[in-house]
Design a binder for this molecule. Structure first.
Ligand code: SF4
Length: 349
């Protein structure tokens, strides 16, 4: 059973009874849902409300990544020329305490038919759009019947090459990944599934079975995680998570720096802390297990990798830092204006 009230969280042992009264206003402001698979103490920080959420910093925003600044019609975000985000639903299986859409998720259910039609008309009328990202809310909360109908409408738009899901369902409620749902994903555009997961304890045997059902059906799996203080902001936890993912044929794709969502400063690290963690992981994990650490620039200016950087210009050469922190000179040598490579001085860190 999904826990949706403070008293249910207390009964499940995820909250102390003496904390409960103070948390009712938090639960009224930001919706609560914790699935059975996530109702465990080691995962509680992601889903159980705290008083810290009522503290809003001046820099925090209602719409940190600027979804609304690029919305040609309700439920559609068109930020980059070749792709759109379609918010097919605002419902999720769980409500994450750090969600950057926390002020909209859980509020309005599925996208009304008129808005969905307007969004699909925009996609069909804009041949530059090649990829449709279904997010939410969580698009995999839609029934296979409803999802299948939406996917068939996307299939009928010739310029759509790729449909990408952003979802937490395979980890937070793996039982939803049924044969019927997988059959609905079998359409002409390539379907990619990006699983949002933040902690190795989320990768349960049931989640692994859901990954297997998807990969056996030929669906490529990627992951995205959010760097969260008190949850995963240390190299050991992230190493365990990324190892569990590649073991299950899920390629770690993005590690997001936590967005400036309201009431989430207690989760946020500094960028320097994030870079340090990524630097440590580069020495430990193979390339296929490394996500790109990214920042969504507040205000809707897009997503960029934020390092750490391994290359700096040094006169006519480059200085490259290896995974152990040692620096090396590198000279560009091409078949044009060939530079005589200078003897590479080894610089101490
Ligand atoms: S599942 Fe995704 S959209 Fe829903 S609350 Fe969590 S982070 Fe936000």
């Amino acid at each position: 059973m999904t826990l949706t009230t403070i008293s249910q969280l207390v009964s499940a042992g995820l909250l102390d009874a003496d904390q409960a009264p103070g948390l009712e206003p938090v639960a009224e402001t930001f919706r609560v849902a914790v699935t059975e698979a996530m109702a465990r103490p080691e995962l509680a920080a992601q889903f159980v409300p705290t008083l810290a959420e009522m503290l809003t910093r001046a820099e925090e925003l209602s719409d940190p990544i600027g979804d609304h600044a690029h919305a040609p019609s309700p439920g559609l975000t068109h930020r980059y020329p070749d792709r759109v985000i379609l918010h097919a639903t605002q419902t999720c299986e769980v409500y994450c305490r750090f969600c950057f859409r926390r002020e909209s998720v859980g509020a309005s259910g599925h996208l009304p038919e008129a808005d969905l039609t307007a969004a699909l008309d925009h996609i069909a009328a804009t041949p530059a759009i090649r990829e449709v990202i279904l997010t939410g809310g969580d698009p995999m909360v839609l029934s296979p019947r409803r999802l299948g109908a939406l996917l068939r409408r996307l299939d009928a738009i010739p310029n759509v090459d790729v449909v990408r899901f952003h979802t937490r369902v395979p980890v937070v409620n793996p039982a939803r990944i049924t044969d019927e749902l997988i059959a609905a994903l079998d359409i002409r555009p390539a379907v990619w599934v990006v699983v949002h997961t933040n902690h190795p304890a989320e990768i349960t045997p049931e989640a692994e079975a859901a990954f297997r059902r998807l990969t056996r059906a030929g669906v490529p799996l990627l992951s995205q995680s959010v760097l969260l203080k008190g949850v995963n902001a240390d190299p050991d936890t992230l190493e365990a998570l990324f190892r569990a993912l590649i073991r299950n044929r899920v390629k770690p794709y993005y590690l997001h720096h936590a967005d400036l969502a309201k009431g989430t400063s207690h989760f946020r690290t500094t960028i320097a802390e994030g870079q340090k963690i990524m630097e440590t992981l580069r020495g430990r994990l193979s390339g296929i297990a490394q996500p790109t650490y990214v920042l969504d620039i507040p205000g809707g200016h897009g997503k960029v990798p934020i390092g750490p950087g391994y290359l700096e210009p040094r006169g006519a050469q480059w200085q490259v830092t290896d995974p152990r922190g040692q620096r090396h000179a590198y000279a560009d040598v091409t078949n044009g204006d060939v530079q005589a490579p200078a003897p590479a001085p080894i610089l101490t860190p």
